[in-house]
Design a protein around this ligand. Structure first.
Ligand code: GLN
Length: 336
């Protein structure tokens, strides 16, 4: 191979890399957008911490952390990014991804469906309506069923697989917030009922009590805004963690993960959210929201006060502003 051939190959490789990263917003624009959103919403006092899990009511409502991670691995943060909140329902995305990785995407569609229920995330009416089918993995019945589908010989094996998978997405070792876990485990009778119904209808094959407990534990994993943004950026980057370089989820499964997030990620307000931002996203009652701009960035905001639908008020506003300022909406195309 002569020098010219090598030169041409290097040139081509650089052009390809530049082309694939061409859409990533530049650092100055990202920092400006984060600063503007932080300043605008820091004082916003709407919403209220979740209190049906007693430990969540005690979390400082003023916590406000923002993080954006680009698909080339640059991390931008602002505000309270050290404070950990419980991941709550955001965990459902990553357990669903684990099931896809182990059993394929059809397993999710065929067992609990991928449609919005049009009901609250812990609706029992929704389970009854279609006998546990026509759900999705981002509401509690489908999420507990997802947890029950993770393969393992016993509790510890299943749990270690789940937390290990979250660690790969976050790029660090996460831990359970024990007070949140104990608080929810003592008050999760409704989720136990949901799991038993899903068991009765055959969507949970065994051990509904164990599945509910592991689900409760996965919801209690502590994360800060940066962790969540790296997890989101891994989805934005075709399943490869852009900070650690590890391929966590097969690229071919990412579109299905994002489709379920777009359909049902913000509970009953998923349509409003998609209309506003175009971004697949997931919220949790701990106050976190992640959103994914495919091929560009993952963004996360943590702020505990929630609106009536159960979504963080400051996080929704901040993510929408930042993404819209950076051209994050995947449906917005400039005509050629
Ligand atoms: N652990 C919570 C529950 O099961 C998660 C709910 C949520 O974040 N929407 O109720």
């Amino acid at each position: 191979m002569n020098v010219r051939t090598i030169g041409a190959m290097v040139g081509f490789a650089l052009m390809t890399a530049a082309a694939s990263f061409a859409q990533i917003p530049d650092e100055a624009a990202i920092n400006k957008a984060l600063a503007a959103a932080h300043a605008k919403y820091k004082g916003l006092q709407e919403g209220k911490n979740a209190d049906y899990i007693p430990a969540l009511a005690k979390v400082d409502s003023n916590v406000f952390g923002l993080a954006l991670v680009t698909v080339d691995g640059k991390v931008h943060t602002l505000g309270d990014i050290k404070t950990e909140v419980s991941i709550q329902s955001i965990s459902k995305v990553f357990t669903m991804a684990k099931v896809m990785e182990e059993s394929g995407t059809d397993a999710i569609r065929d067992n609990m469906g991928v449609d919005a229920t049009g009901q609250v995330f812990n609706s029992i009416v929704a389970v009854e309506q279609y006998k546990g089918a026509e759900m999705n993995p981002l509401v509690n019945p489908g999420a507990i069923a997802s947890t029950s589908m993770v393969k393992g010989a016993n509790y510890d094996e299943i749990w270690n697989k789940i937390i290990g998978y979250y660690n790969d997405f976050a790029g660090r070792d996460l831990t359970v917030l024990q007070d949140v876990y104990e608080s929810e485990a003592a008050t999760n009778q409704r989720n136990q009922a949901i799991a038993h119904l899903m068991y009765a209808y055959g969507h949970i094959k065994e051990e509904p009590v164990r599945a509910t407990d592991i689900y409760t534990k996965q919801c209690s994993v502590g994360v800060n805004a940066k962790d969540l943004a790296v997890m989101a950026a891994t989805l934005a980057n075709g399943g490869k963690n852009p900070v650690t370089g590890k391929q966590v989820l097969k690229s071919e499964y990412v579109p299905e993960v994002l489709a379920v997030m777009a359909t049902a990620g913000l509970y009953d307000d998923s349509g409003k959210w998609l209309y506003r931002t175009g971004l697949p996203a997931k919220s949790g009652v701990g106050g976190g929201i992640i959103a994914v701009s495919p091929g560009k960035f993952g963004i996360a905001v943590v702020s505990p006060p929630l609106d009536a639908a159960g979504n963080s008020v400051r996080a929704q506003n901040a993510i929408a502003d930042v993404s819209n300022a950076l051209g994050g909406n995947p449906y917005a195309v400039t005509p050629k």
